[in-house]
Design a protein around this ligand. Sequence first.
Ligand SMILES: [Zn+2]
Length: 320
Amino acid sequence: MKKYNIGIDLGGTKVLCAIVENNKKAASNPKILFEVKKKTKKEKGNKKVTAKLLEALDELFEISKIKKEEINSIGIAIAGQIDRKKGVVINACNLDCKNLEIKKILTEKYSIKTKVYNDVEAAASGELLFGAGQNHKNILCIFIGTGIGSSIIIDKKIYNGASGSAGELGHVIVDLNGRSCSCGGVGCLEAYASRSAIEARIQGAIKKGRKSIITELTEGQNISTKHIKQALDAHDDVVTQYVNEAIEYLSGGIASAINFFNPELVILGGGLIQGIDEIYKKTVKLTKAKALKVASENTEFKKAELADYSGVIGAALTEE
Ligand SMILES: [Zn+2]
């Protein structure tokens, strides 16, 4: 077995490529030896996204001085709907990519075995193998950031479902006559408890004339997790109200999933959870209060441990 693997996390705002030591022993943290991160905000469509990705990979080879022949495999995690077997991105809305034959492109260019994963699946796999999920069998992984992604792990294996979409907790319906969701549906949890949902509520309130410190903090830029944290720390009324509202919905959604699945462990991760400890703690407390006692009394809660690297590590080191 060759010494190194490459892991790639390709999302709507950035591409992160890393050379990871090919050490599959659980409990020994995989080492990220080299990494290249590039913004992908402006790159939309198959051609531009591919060009950016190849640019980042070429740079990774250049700075690491590691040769293609020393790489065992490339694993790429993409935020979107993918065909694992064919290695094709069927649809990635954030990147505006459709039917992108990513496996073929990478194999032809680098002649290295390539695996393609959905980003949430790769992140859950990273946590299972090397993060918070080690030593657990039946796990629910939930990542809360721009959207809400989740993954079901049964007997240490990711459960994909009949068409590969299992675990879409973000699109569980929490209000039949509610807000529109990015999926085209109505009343999905993601439209109530994601960072985008909180951002929309805050902006709506400001437009209606409510005053919030967030206006000064953002200086006209988009609201980030950091801004939300600063506003919470300053006890800003508007931000506190909408963050609390989001936590009410989020804990309701997670409690429903626990009642349904009865997992031994719930791992919470993603930007909002990693960036704001208060959100993590309140979510856990309210989830426990809302779930059925019999379903939740033996359920443990943990924060994701690999942070920004769960996708890269999962993509690099998951065995097919
Ligand atoms: Zn939806």
